[in-house]
Design a protein around this ligand. Sequence first.
Ligand SMILES: NC(=O)C1=CN([C@@H]2O[C@H](COP(=O)(O)OP(=O)(O)OC[C@H]3O[C@@H](n4cnc5c(N)ncnc54)[C@H](O)[C@@H]3O)[C@@H](O)[C@H]2O)C=CC1
Ligand SMILES: O=C(O)C(=O)Cc1ccc(O)cc1
Length: 314
Amino acid sequence: MTKPMFDTIALIGIGLIGSSLARVIAAKGLASHVAIATRSAATLDTARELGLGDSYHTSNAEAVRDADLVIVSVPVGASEAVAREIGSHLKPGAIVTDVGSTKASVVSQMAPHIPAHAHFIAGHPIAGTEQSGPEAGFAELFENRWCILTPLPDADVDAIARLRSFWEACGSTVEEMDPDHHDRVLAIVSHLPHIIAYNIVGTADDLETVTKSEVIKYSASGFRDFTRLAASDPVMWRDVCLHNKDALLEMLARFSEDLSSLQRAIRWGDGDKLFEMFTRTRGIRRSIVEAGQDTAAPNFGRNGPKSNTGEAAE
Ligand SMILES: NC(=O)C1=CN([C@@H]2O[C@H](COP(=O)(O)OP(=O)(O)OC[C@H]3O[C@@H](n4cnc5c(N)ncnc54)[C@H](O)[C@@H]3O)[C@@H](O)[C@H]2O)C=CC1
Ligand SMILES: O=C(O)C(=O)Cc1ccc(O)cc1
């Protein structure tokens, strides 16, 4: 048996991402001890029943006391409160990271509370599903996925290397990026698609001429894909919108402009324009498939061994 990568890993937040981390850490033997903390006693009880860790805490500060690696997996709006709670309890040399879907805001919320004797390196696994809560996680979630790290320019290189090795051991490929760049890229490839999904499902639900039962009965697979995204956790996505406001507004403006152009082509029967655009986008899809990036089937949307409880972050 090889020595675990870390003696103690503290997981703050034990929803989809935190519980997937707990499972992969156990499956691959990446820590001798996993300390789990979450805000609600009920969620902690579920984590205990699932056997996700070695110790369970309702105090974030208590959970990090002996930790060599702390992974914060809470909605991005709660990042600052967590960093403030744990900052003065971190041991020298501890690495603190997160998994939040937005990065510039998380870095500015958390970094000031992490003392100089610890290392803060923000991160984001590009891996998830529409489900939430501790039952929703699974050990394979991070396999063959990207994980983006957004270290500050003066971050410790050994700490970055250790965190990189951790994510690689979880099955991910790691890239480093500037937090603002991360937020612009993710705004278009992840955040905007979720906003569009929430919007289109809301629009269908509001239509007076179509009943809810007809929406359910006749939904073609395209609409069904939107309903999956629109079932994602409301707290998490509210926070993403509030914490990636500028990039998201920029992408929404571009999107609305392009949608108006499409609307105009439909109004004026401009078939050439429609054909040209649909051909161009079909090419993008083909490039993704050819690059082996269409790994939608195994993870995204996977129901996992247990079905979703629908627990939102409390
Ligand atoms: N769901 C997804 O597909 C992905 C989510 N993320 C990011 O991961 C983070 C967590 O998301 P999920 O695991 O999906 O959410 P989740 O809703 O399944 O779990 C969130 C957990 O955080 C806990 N929590 C909330 N506030 C807390 C606090 N102040 N202290 C301690 N625990 C607290 C909740 O009790 C819950 O256990 C979010 O920042 C999200 O943006 C990143 C990649 C994918
Ligand atoms: O379920 C899906 O399709 C996702 O897009 C999952 C996801 C959600 C948020 C992230 O920050 C990363 C991945």
